[in-house]
Design a protein around this ligand. Structure first.
Ligand code: GLN
Length: 445
């Protein structure tokens, strides 16, 4: 984490506003934001050497909304380089550790934002979710993580990874805090053409909200999960049934292609978005005798291996002759997945899956096998392809080698119904079905 040199100034400003009688929803609340969200005067490195010396000259809309609400942005959170990863191990400033077991990863790519909340550094934080980067680390660290509907939160000032998938989302320790944060950050922004009109007010629900709720378990997400993950899912479903929800099962057959489609869309978008980092305008520059040489060397030395791999695959998938075989086919799968979700929501109010098939894995376990790392997103990427809102709820623990590790369950709602997820979380809390706890040595409350 890097500290915000202007935090004290922000706290004093909030103090003055409170004293002058302003009612601020987040007065003095310390918040950490992911290091791909610009905040004036802070380093925004995106976990990359290429932006090591970059200081933001402007503030992202989501961050500005936090400040307007009286929050204090105390720092920027570590992340996988350019948000590409599922473990927060690829950052140029080193890995983030999981406070439940420091030999394990916190998930990624928003691992720093998740750990900030799990370890009690701040009550809430912001991350970004392109294929699961808020929900998966939330599950692996035992906190809430919400990926809003595409467009619900402005992307202005968020460094783009894959623009048709990226969305800023909050981490929190209660449904009430999720509601509070979403009421502050969500809404239309003239600076982001894809942002949406003001949403309905978010509120934490009660068990009464669960009566009659139609919950569809996605069949394709069953099997292949660790016993602790299956147990947490079953316990959550049991609690829902007990509260009067109708739980059924639904199949979305195209989900088996979700990982392939996601990476064949995310990487081409990344290869285009990251073209701007050539050492001419932003960040680091490696000197060479001529322009092309300098750009090449800057990108060779500035980007890490995974980012380079994705730029190359993305460029390849978009190149003439391969476009139809890869990118265009992936876009057709995206449409199929989206249509299957729409059909499933004809019969169900929310869908449910595990957030991750396993709890936190060991550091280094997947770093030499990119496909194993990509497979960690099997339950989350389809939601981004379809632009839907989804929430990871802390739903239990699995003991692995004598260590208690958190496990999450993912609820998915139809587009524009993010508020349904926050209400549901409050209902589950009322039933005692949400397992928020603090890792030993990190008192959060
Ligand atoms: N792990 C996925 C990827 O590497 C998702 C990342 C994200 O949501 N930013 O692309």
């Amino acid at each position: 984490m890097s500290l915000n040199p202007r935090a004290a100034e922000q706290a004093e400003a909030a103090q003055r506003r409170v004293q002058s009688g302003e009612a601020l929803p987040l007065a003095g609340v310390p918040v950490i934001v992911k290091d791909n969200i610009n905040v004036t005067g802070t380093a925004t490195t995106c976990g990359s050497r290429i932006l090591a010396n970059y200081v933001s000259p402007y503030t992202a809309t989501a961050a500005q909304r936090l400040l307007d609400a009286g929050a204090v942005i105390v720092g920027k959170a570590n992340m996988d380089e350019f948000a590409m990863g599922s473990s927060t191990e690829s950052s140029a400033s080193g890995p983030t550790l999981n406070p439940w077991d420091q030999g394990r990863v916190p998930g990624g790519s928003s691992g720093g934002s998740a750990v900030a909340v799990a370890a009690g550094l701040t009550p809430v934080s912001l991350g970004s979710d392109t294929g699961g980067s808020v929900r998966q680390p939330a599950a692996l660290t035992g906190v809430y993580g919400l990926k809003p509907t595409y467009g619900r939160v402005s992307r202005y000032g968020l460094v783009a990874y894959a623009s048709s998938l990226d969305q800023i989302g909050p981490f929190a320790r209660s449904a009430e805090d999720l509601a509070l944060l979403m009421n502050v950050v969500a809404g239309y922004d003239p600076r982001d053409a894809t942002s949406l009109e003001a949403p309905p007010a978010f509120r934490a629900g009660t068990p009464d909200d669960l009566r009659g709720l139609r919950v569809g378990v996605i069949r394709e997400s069953l099997g292949g999960n660790t016993p602790g993950v299956e147990a947490a899912l079953n316990a959550t479903l049991e609690a829902l049934r007990g509260a009067g929800a109708a739980v059924g099962e639904v199949s979305l057959p195209s989900l088996r292609h979700a990982i392939a489609a996601y990476y064949l869309i995310a990487m081409p978008e990344a290869s285009s978005n990251l073209a701007r980092f050539d050492g001419m305008v932003y960040g680091a520059r490696s000197a060479a005798p001529d322009l092309t040489g300098s750009m090449t060397l800057t990108r060779e030395q500035g980007f890490g291996r995974e980012v380079q791999r994705r730029i190359m695959i993305g460029t390849y998938a978009l190149s003439s002759g391969y476009y139809d075989a890869y990118y265009s086919k992936a876009m057709r799968v995206r449409r199929l997945i989206s249509d299957e979700f729409t059909a499933a929501f004809g019969g169900y109010d929310v869908l449910v899956t595990p957030t991750s098939p396993f709890p936190a894995f060991r550091r280094g376990e997947k770093t030499s096998d990119p496909l194993a790392m990509y497979a960690a997103d099997v339950d989350t990427v389809a939601v981004n392809l379809a632009g839907l809102p989804a929430l990871s709820v802390p739903a239990g623990f699995e003991t692995v080698d004598g260590v208690r590790l958190p496990v999450g369950v993912q609820f998915i709602a139809p587009a524009l119904h993010d508020e349904r997820l926050v209400a549901l979380a409050g209902g589950l809390e009322g039933l005692g079905a949400v397992t928020l706890d603090s890792p030993a040595g990190f008192g959060a409350d």
